[in-house]
Design a protein around this ligand. Structure first.
Ligand SMILES: [Zn+2]
Ligand SMILES: [Zn+2]
Length: 260
């Protein structure tokens, strides 16, 4: 089976058609999807999905873009991470694309998540955009490698990938890898060690070719995996087996929670 390591099924584009979303997952051999928390306010909706569907799991975090939301404390994140369907802390990280002034509160929020992940002993789901150097520096300063985690929807250079790999992190590729002009991402897809690679949709965004521009959904992680397999000269089955094994190695608590 294949795993979608990152999606947002509580967003309105998908939550209204969750039965069809799950149907397509099953039709495409996607046995598990990690539903990502982005605010504490919306977390109950994410948790409800993971409680209702055996193939859905959840993470707890406050997204670096989110403003005018409740700021989490370490203790709060650790407590929420104790929920039986939660396997990860995030998404968290830095995003200077949407916040050009590189605000200090983003770095403080990121540090809070890393500390929570270490305490809860749950891996991190890290988002980074136009902030690679600071992201890697904070990970290092806070000992993020001790919790481990994944750089999700990776769009940085191979040099950045190597630095994240050196800290013990995994690299997750989204549908961007199917875009012919995304040369950097396609290069990273070829170079990441096979035992450190994950695939995701980041749905409802970033639908892979041939669904580009449409609403994305976890079933389309199949098209992401097909393209990564092609780029690496691997069979689809080998790529599926490797990325799924990686997911359950990174998130060991997921295995007993997912039933098909
Ligand atoms: Zn993200
Ligand atoms: Zn996301």
């Amino acid at each position: 089976m294949l795993v979608d390591s990152h999606c947002h099924l509580d967003f309105p584009q998908l939550s209204d058609s969750i039965e069809q979303v799950v149907d397509l997952m099953q039709a495409n051999g996607v046995g598990c999807a990690l539903c990502i928390g982005v605010t504490l306010e919306d977390l109950p909706r994410v948790l409800a999905l993971a409680e209702a569907w055996p193939l859905l799991l959840a993470s707890v975090g406050v997204h670096p873009e989110a403003t005018e939301v409740r700021e989490p404390t370490v203790a709060e994140l650790v407590e929420l991470a104790g929920h039986p369907r939660v396997i990860a802390i995030g998404e968290t990280g830095l995003d200077y694309y949407w916040h050009k002034d590189a605000p200090e509160w983003q770095r403080e929020r990121f540090r809070t998540h890393i500390r929570a992940a270490r305490q809860a002993q749950k891996p991190l789901v890290v988002h980074t955009r136009e902030a690679a150097a600071d992201t890697l520096r904070l990970m290092e300063e806070e000992g993020a490698g001790e919790a481990g985690g994944v750089m999700h929807c990776f769009t940085e250079t191979w040099t950045v990938a190597e630095a994240a790999l050196d800290q013990g992190f995994y690299i997750s590729l989204s549908g961007i890898v199917t875009f012919k002009k995304a040369l950097t991402v396609r290069e990273v897809a070829q170079r990441v060690p096979l035992d450190r690679l994950l695939v995701e949709t980041d749905s409802p965004y970033l639908a892979p070719v041939p669904y580009r521009g449409k609403t994305n959904q976890p079933g389309y992680v199949k098209q992401v995996a097909e393209e990564v397999a092609r780029l690496r000269g691997l069979s689809y089955e080998a790529l599926v087996d490797a990325t799924t094994a990686n997911f359950f190695r990174l998130f060991p608590s997921a295995r007993s929670k997912v039933t098909q």
